[in-house]
Design a protein around this ligand. Structure first.
Ligand SMILES: Cc1cc2nc3c(=O)[nH]c(=O)nc-3n(C[C@H](O)[C@H](O)[C@H](O)COP(=O)(O)OP(=O)(O)OC[C@H]3O[C@@H](n4cnc5c(N)ncnc54)[C@H](O)[C@@H]3O)c2cc1C
Length: 448
């Protein structure tokens, strides 16, 4: 079985020279950084995006490719609705097929409790004009007839979409570069430079860029980067395993999941498979530091996460990862250009078994690839999108908590306006950094 398409052997595609100055510097070339850069460039703002490895080589290519309004936190939904429109625009603007298809997303329920949760979301969706509706057991059978299991019912959002992550995000980065964004791969940001309390530049491994505005959109590395500047956020990362089948007969054109198995038709005719919600947390110093904030999530889904005593060397929360360095030293970021966790063997087996059991008549299910990603998680399963009060000029957009691919274009537009000091058009209160320190209770968003 092959592994993931991006590795350090992947040729560098973006190698602009490091500019001396830039209006905005973006740290991280995942979907959030790339989309924000594109929107800033469209306002004639000079933007430099530095990526320690390859564009989209971490979460933004490893994900399932679901672009879903369905099941979103109520405060994310308006941004997601905007994102959906932006995806359609992007598919036209990129010179290549990013695999965007409106094929719907379906959740399947085995219990009345799950159906009640679906019904609650249908009300939220309805209030925003989204076409989510409940399915009765017969409608589920009509929708995906090959399934061996009978369900209590389901929930579907026909306007939800899918795209091919490792095609789409690099394609959008090429669009951004054409529109003037300076993108530099193999270029870790080591430290912020500050003078008079505010940002004056960014030290990268290739030198300094003078700037007064920085976006940290560094996915699973964000807490480590911020901590070196005295800012603590309760972000952890969890490993999630994915598999891809060879092309096979179509069983459903869209994406669907129950609590055990998730599947999504890919453009090449195969399916991307995962086990709905199972993940592993490598326990490290940050896991101890922030444990208490994760208690509500743990109570809500006590069996969802398995704990492993230590992360492999070089991971953001590994015991031996340095927490302090200076701008002249090699940083933990360039030591691990691509966070490429091994897929979990037992997880892979259960994915394969789960899919075969659900579709016993499909005889020829062959896995052609497997990989894993480190999901950047927050205690309440919603991101941080905010200015950092202590460091004027610094904006953070992180902790997308396993659902940042679909919403990425919307978040990028919002963050670009936040950086410019414009009205962002959505209420970002839910996503403020201070919610973890101002005494607010942890209010859990939906897990999937
Ligand atoms: C297995 C899996 C399945 C998922 N499924 C879905 C899905 O179906 N739908 C959905 O909406 N979301 C999904 N997600 C979540 C989604 O992929 C992420 O929320 C989203 O990609 C996060 O984007 P990002 O730009 O914030 O972070 P990332 O994509 O992780 O990008 C951050 C980048 O920052 C770079 N970086 C870090 N530190 C530095 C530094 N100091 N200097 C320079 N560069 C740096 C990293 O190398 C990385 O490339 C899934 C995630 C995983 C792992």
């Amino acid at each position: 079985m092959t592994t993931f398409p991006f590795s350090e052997a992947t040729p560098v595609q973006f190698q602009a020279l490091l500019p001396k100055t830039s209006d905005v510097v973006i740290v991280g070339g995942g979907i959030i950084g790339v989309m924000t850069a594109l929107f800033l460039a469209r306002r004639n703002i000079s933007v430099t995006l530095v990526e320690k490895g390859r564009i989209a080589a971490e979460q933004s290519s490893r994900n399932w490719g679901w672009i879903r309004q369905q099941g979103r936190d109520a405060d994310e939904l308006p941004i997601m609705i905007e994102a959906r429109q932006l995806w359609q625009q992007l598919a036209e603007e990129c010179d290549e097929d990013i695999g965007l298809r409106q094929t719907g997303i379906t959740y399947l329920a085995r219990t009345d409790t799950e159906m009640a949760a679906f019904a609650a979301f249908v009300r939220i969706a309805g209030a925003h004009g989204v076409d989510t509706r409940l399915l009765d057991p017969n409608e589920v059978v009509d929708l995906i007839p090959a399934m061996s299991r009978r369900y209590k019912g389901g929930m579907i959002t026909p306007s939800d979409m899918r795209a091919e992550p490792w095609v789409a995000v690099p394609a959008i980065a090429r669009l951004a570069a054409r529109e003037g964004v300076t993108i530099i791969e193999n270029c870790a940001a080591r430290m912020l430079d500050r003078s008079g309390g505010r940002i004056s530049g960014v030290w990268t491994e290739k030198g300094r860029i003078a700037t007064s505005n920085v976006l940290v959109a560094s996915g699973a590395w964000t807490a480590l980067f911020l901590r070196a500047h005295g800012i603590s956020i309760p972000q952890l990362s969890v490993r999630s395993t994915v598999a891809a089948t060879e092309p096979m007969p179509e069983i459903y054109a869209g994406a669907a999941t129950d609590e055990h198995i998730a599947f999504r038709r890919r453009q090449d005719g195969g399916y991307t498979l995962a086990s709905g919600g199972a993940s592993q947390l490598y326990v490290g110093p940050d896991a101890f530091r922030h444990a208490i904030k994760y208690v509500p999530a743990l109570r809500a889904n006590p069996l969802g996460t398995r704990y492993l005593p230590a992360a492999p060397m070089g991971y953001p929360d590994a015991w031996s990862t340095p927490r302090k360095w200076d701008a002249t030293q090699e940083s933990p970021f360039e030591r691990m250009r691509i966070l490429n966790p091994a897929p979990e063997p037992s997880g892979l087996l259960s994915i394969e078994r789960g899919f075969r059991e659900l579709f016993p008549q499909v005889k020829d299910v062959r896995l052609k690839a497997s990989w894993a990603g480190m999901i950047d998680a927050m205690p309440d399963v919603v991101p941080i999108v905010d200015r950092v009060a202590e460091i004027p000029g610094l904006v953070v957009a992180t902790g997308m908590s396993g659902h940042g691919f679909g919403i990425g274009p919307g978040m990028g537009r919002v963050v670009s306006d936040l950086i410019q000091g414009n009205e962002v058009g959505h209420n970002l209160n839910r996503f403020r950094i201070s919610r973890f320190s101002d005494g607010s209770p942890i209010r859990l968003g939906p897990a999937l």
